[in-house]
Design a protein around this ligand. Structure first.
Ligand code: NAD
Ligand code: TYD
Length: 355
């Protein structure tokens, strides 16, 4: 029997690298092809430990290029796709929405078209072809003080990022409904863990605390996010890819809500301990800055469908996960130094210098 070929897009990014690692190690009988453009957020250093494995292959390419995507599918005849490639940062989407439309919407439709052409001719070597679209809970908009997002919650995106992800989710459903393309979607809450690019709250705060720089907290720090350890997200993706039902959506979350300011205070305590500073030292760096435009107040996920139907649950308490994450950043100083040299400085000044 030929080797099953699984395409993972965006595999050099934060979550993608954890998904690639899990699949390469767990499924040696499958060929895992990682397609990534290597934007500022993509980094092959994230995959050093598995790059020499015989069932792994990296392809550099841009999903907005339809000709390239079609040719790749035609040549390689993938049996499954796990689509993570995206522009993923809300603040960047506020400065440059069009780039988010191109990668997140047009790029997704290019992949859907290529999968449709390949699979709906009945050419796949396996009947179990599947297009898995990895999405975010931000498509549901913002919650008030109570309630949870379920799979039935109406879409109500506010940022250009969430609007582009909502649009791509709708296209995936439209291809399932119209062409019967076998497809599944998951919507996950905020992830944290190793290889997280320091434009997002947790790694940015770790980087700044380490370097004694102010920690920018938007508004009053009252916004709430539901944090999930990235390796738990990767496990959920594995379960849904293999056992989820086509045409369905699965919400993934940590049942772990934190106000930004409380999270930052906890992070400061951990950093004080790890860096041998007096307790309270790092918290002096907290700096309340101008709020994000259209800032969603609260996200919180009901993941009971995934837990009950497919038996997944988060594995770590947040305090443990955060401690592990801090340790990773402190022992992988060179990773952090590499990604914060060059263009990062320009980005940081643009976002924070006059905020
Ligand atoms: P990331 O920004 O760290 O990585 C994105 C990857 O996509 C990078 O490797 C980048 O090089 C690649 N990429 C970008 N544009 C591309 C293009 N045109 N062609 C090919 N590759 C391209 O993102 P992430 O945080 O790892 O998120 C991965 C996916 O998970 C995204 O679809 C995101 O919407 C979703 N998601 C993220 C979170 C989170 O908390 N980070 C939560 C839920 C869902
Ligand atoms: P972020 O990590 O950008 O994820 P998302 O916007 O996708 O939820 O932000 C998490 C929360 O932290 C969000 O409420 C915005 C806030 N935040 C800050 O207060 N300061 C920062 O410097 C950043 C990047 C985010």
């Amino acid at each position: 029997m030929p080797m099953k070929k699984i395409l993972i897009t965006g595999g050099a990014g934060f979550i993608g690298s954890h998904v690639v690692r899990l699949f390469v190690n767990k499924y040696p009988e499958c060929r895992i092809i990682n397609l990534d453009k290597l934007t500022y957020a993509g980094n092959l250093e994230n995959l050093r430990d598995i790059e020499a494995k015989p069932n792994y292959e990296f392809v550099k390419g841009d999903i907005t290029d339809a000709g390239f995507v079609n040719e790749l599918f035609e040549q390689r005849r993938f049996d499954g796709v796990i689509h993570l490639a995206a522009e993923s940062h809300v603040d960047r989407s506020i400065s440059n929405p069009l780039e988010f439309v191109m990668t997140n919407v047009v790029g997704t439709v290019n992949l859907l078209n290529a999968a449709r052409q390949l699979w709906l001719k009945g050419d796949s070597a396996f009947s179990a072809s599947r297009f898995y679209h990895v999405s975010t809970d931000e498509v549901y908009g913002s919650l008030g003080d109570t309630g949870l997002f379920t799979e039935e919650t109406n879409y109500d995106p506010h940022s250009p990022y969430s609007a582009s992800k909502a649009s791509s989710d709708h296209f995936v459903r439209a291809y399932y409904d119209t062409y019967k393309l076998p497809a599944v979607i998951s919507n996950c809450s905020n992830n944290y863990g190793s290889f997280h690019f320091p434009e997002k709250l947790i790694p940015l705060a770790i980087h700044n605390i380490k370097n004694n720089k102010p920690i920018p907290v938007y508004g009053k720090g009252e916004n709430v996010r539901d944090w999930l350890f990235v390796e738990d997200h990767a496990r959920a993706i594995d379960v849904i890819f293999h056992k989820g039902r086509n045409g369905e959506t699965y919400n993934i979350g940590g049942n772990n809500e934190w106000k930004n300011i409380d999270l930052i205070r906890l992070l400061c305590e951990i950093m004080d301990r790890k860096l041998g500073r007096a307790q309270g030292e790092s918290a002096k760096l907290i700096n309340f800055v101008l709020d994000r435009a259209g800032h969603d107040l609260r996200y919180a996920i009901d993941s009971s469908k995934l837990q009950q139907e497919l038996g997944w649950k988060p594995s770590l308490r947040f305090e443990e996960g955060l401690e592990k994450t801090v340790e990773w950043y402190l022992t992988n100083e060179s990773w952090l130094n590499n990604v914060t040299s060059g263009d990062y400085k320009k980005y940081y000044e643009g976002q924070y210098e006059r905020r």
